[in-house]
Design a protein around this ligand. Sequence first.
Ligand code: ADP
Ligand code: MG
Length: 376
Amino acid sequence: MVESERALLLESEEPPYPPLRRGEDADIPTCRVSVMVRKRPVSAKEFALKQCDVVTALRDSGHMVVHEPKVSVDMSRRVESSAFAFDGAFGEDSTNDEVYASAVAPLVRLCLEGQGAHATCFAYGQTGSGKTYTMKACYRAVAEELVEGAERCGLSLWVSFYDIYAGKCYDLLSSRKQLSALEDKRGRVRLVGLLETKVKSAREVMTAVERGMACRKTSRTDSNVNSSRSHSIFQVVLRPADAMDSKTPAMSRLSLVDLAGSERGADRGKAVDGKIRQEGAEINKSLLALKECIRALSSSGGGGGVNAVSEGVDPREDLGGDDRHVPFRGSQLTKVLRDAFVGAKSKTVLLAHVAPTSVAAEHTMNTLRYALRLKD
Ligand code: ADP
Ligand code: MG
């Protein structure tokens, strides 16, 4: 039944749903917030378990459609399809290169072009939906494009990698040393002691990435704690070529954030022990705060990139005081990434990930609803 529904959608001559957001807002490279969704393929294990694929991506119109099998009151079976429209929808046959080109490459260009750019890509979705798979590919592509671009533009690149677990920050390039987040008088949060390493080649960037990812996986003392419960943040800061240390003000900053699994929020309340409940509540809080901050950025004007901002300028001035309405204090994640949500040259892409199977359908619906709310 799902298959015939999908065939109808994919083979229809007329687009089954109209494309989203015509006009100015459809210009993805220039709007402040873009929301895209990627569906991963059915895995061999899911296939062996005969789990049904209930998600269809309509690439041309940017829709993700979920087909939920239902039983009517007269006991007849039917499929209920819900369609969600985004700035981009990638199906199981999409490649990392395609996703990178649409979602992350515009952020890299923004960082190379402009003083004061804060570009951020968030990978959102339940555990197992493909966030890390996409992010890993993006680290590599970013490394190559930024190194080449920095050379061309006379800039130097500095990388850092940290994660946030239960509201605390840990440096993934310094054996998970705990970092303190201190707020300066302008309200900016600085991670004191965060190691920023100057890198000259794509290989050096990838060495740092691999070190950080290995640290994220293995260095937890508590074996219950895994990467799906922390947010990891990989940052590349661009400075003038002759910058000698990380005290030199940044020209622009690109952050790639692999978020904690979004299923925690739904699990809240059912959690068995206090620690897990606390963890789930913390993740829930940060994902809700993130939603509010992205919504605030999205409604603060579509023009992104109009006025250049220098490091010395208080971003509040650039938005005419608008950041009072950005609720970044709601979680450690949004506090640390505050500059991603304020300032005239902030641009954010949220790349939501969904698993294809019926077993995951409830989480898939929750993910799509969350993603949809970011720009309405
Ligand atoms: P998450 O980080 O969201 O928990 P992962 O990135 O670890 O999920 O992906 C879960 C599994 O699915 C991994 O084995 C990964 O290799 C595979 N996978 C995810 N996305 C894709 C994709 N687009 N194509 C092929 N395999 C994928
Ligand atoms: Mg992961």
